[in-house]
Design a protein around this ligand. Structure first.
Ligand SMILES: [Cu+2]
Length: 477
């Protein structure tokens, strides 16, 4: 158990904390709810509400929900903006900024109609604010520094207070130097549960939430490059990259809700295998029934939330991933030419005279990278790793598995291991004879007559084009 109640003034070391805890007044802190700090990346069990109106809690993937105290009918939370160390995958730690010990910060769960008071203490080296993305609230509580409030200076604590007026899936993030602060990992999810049975919000057996985020961390280093606009190299869910992302468990027949928010700088088409889902909510609230249709991929655009729901009625280990294939890899250099089909054995021979261990990579595709376990700088997430029961999954980044099991007990989130497939239900190698392919000798040439210059041979043309490569890399991810 990594959840701990840390005396705020105890001075627990956090990475690179530039603001001494002592700069926060001891008297001022005494009146505040004690901040609850999380130090590990494990998925915590759902937080059953100990006080206030009942609700069905969510499970934050590789995260947790923030406890509160009731103070004369008001739910009081305490967020601490601070530098954190986030383990993004086993063997790879990043120096990020977050809330209460982790990035993303804890999920805040409340009930429609709750009066909520959130204390925000700033332990960052620069000012911040918190914007409550998607909420109806008094203008002065909207958290846009300079516009609706002064920024929260380092060492200061501000109070936000409003009524959670409508149910739905929301986020929180800074609205002060947000380019830096979101690139450093400052964000969190906010769930407002309905106060009673709601015509557009179905009860579900499993309710998951995670945020999409992206970092640019050079292999072997710890701190994100905050000036990056598009060329991120770590595409993560809740600041974790596969195989560091937990799987989502379901019992066969469970109705499953997954809430996904996007605080990266590009869209992510989220794709689920083996089932159809419907989008039951956005950050604008529950979607009307007439606006729902089945699909297997939904695009979560920049700054949006999507709430998908499906009946987990097919047993197995089902991939859930972003469909942009570069987003299911890990830290890699972008400045590599494509070597597929290029015979560079001669070059390799010459190089291996200088470097005996030199190995040709990438001439058959990139799966080499996953199979060969290339030596990496310290503190680097391996690219396309993660082993499954049949070998390397060749995935990294925005990828996880929905595990649907007949015997997964209700409310149990433990990993059931890999799916054991019933006999005869796994794709297998064909070892019989192959029929000769039927080819048409007439269709192509007749339809596509050659029209080149007189005397120019139009067949057997080999294209030998090499595009100039700038240092800007690929844009428009
Ligand atoms: Cu993506």
């Amino acid at each position: 158990m990594t959840l701990q109640r840390r005396r705020f003034l105890a001075g627990t070391a956090s990475a690179g904390a530039a603001v001494a805890a002592a700069s926060v007044s001891r008297v001022a802190m005494a009146a505040l709810p004690e901040p609850v700090i999380q130090t590990g990346p494990e998925t915590q069990p759902p937080l059953a509400p100990p006080t206030g109106r009942p609700y069905q809690p969510v499970v934050t993937l590789n995260g947790w929900s923030l406890p509160w105290r009731m103070n004369q009918g008001v739910k009081e939370f305490h967020l601490v903006a601070e530098p954190v160390v986030r383990e993004m995958a086993a063997g790879f730690k990043a120096h990020l900024w977050g809330y209460n010990g982790q990035s993303p910060g804890p999920t805040i769960e409340v009930v429609e109609g709750d009066r909520v008071r959130i204390f925000v203490t700033n332990r960052l080296p620069e000012h911040t604010s918190v914007h409550w993305h998607g909420q109806r609230l008094p203008n002065g509580m909207d958290g846009v520094s300079g516009l609706t409030q002064p920024a929260i200076a380092p060492g200061k604590t501000f109070v936000y207070e409003f009524v959670a007026r409508r149910p739905g899936t929301f986020m929180y993030h800074p609205h002060a130097d947000e380019m830096t602060q979101m690139a450093m990992g400052m964000m969190g999810a906010w769930i407002t549960h309905p106060k009673a049975a709601h015509p557009l919000i179905a009860p579900v057996e499993r309710d998951y939430v995670f945020l999409l985020n992206a970092y640019d961390i050079e292999p072997g280093s710890y701190t994100p490059r905050i000036m990056t606009m598009l060329d991120f190299n770590l595409w993560s869910w809740n600041s974790r990259v596969f195989p560091g992302i937990d799987s989502l468990k379901a019992r066969l027949g469970d109705r499953v809700r997954i809430r996904i928010g996007n605080l990266t700088m590009t869209n992510h088409p989220m794709h689920l295998h083996g089932h159809e889902f419907v989008v039951t909510g956005t950050d604008g609230g529950p979607t009307p029934l007439a606006a729902r249709w089945p699909e297997v991929t939904t695009d979560v655009a920049v700054g949006q939330m999507r709430q998908i729901e499906f009946l987990a009625d097919e047993e197995g280990d089902w991939a859930l991933h972003c469909h942009k294939s570069h987003h299911t890899m890990n830290a890699m250099g972008h400045a590599l030419p494509t070597m597929i089909g290029v015979d560079h054995r001669g070059v390799a021979q010459q190089i291996s005279r200088l470097i005996p261990d030199y190995m040709v990579m990438g001439e058959r595709g990139m799966a080499d990278m996953a199979e060969m376990e290339m030596p990496l700088p310290d503190n680097t997430a391996p690219m396309m790793s993660g082993d499954g029961p049949f070998g390397s999954v060749e995935m990294g980044g925005m990828f996880s598995v929905v595990k649907v099991r007949r015997d997964q007990p209700a409310g149990d989130y433990r990993d059931p291991g890999w799916f054991s497939h019933p006999p005869g239900t796994v794709a297998y190698e064909w070892t019989g004879s192959l029929a000769a392919p039927a080819r048409s000798g007439s269709a192509g040439p007749a339809a596509m007559r050659r029209t080149g210059h007189p005397g120019q041979r139009q067949d057997n043309i080999e294209v030998q084009v090499r595009k100039p490569r700038g240092t800007g890399g690929h844009t428009g991810h």
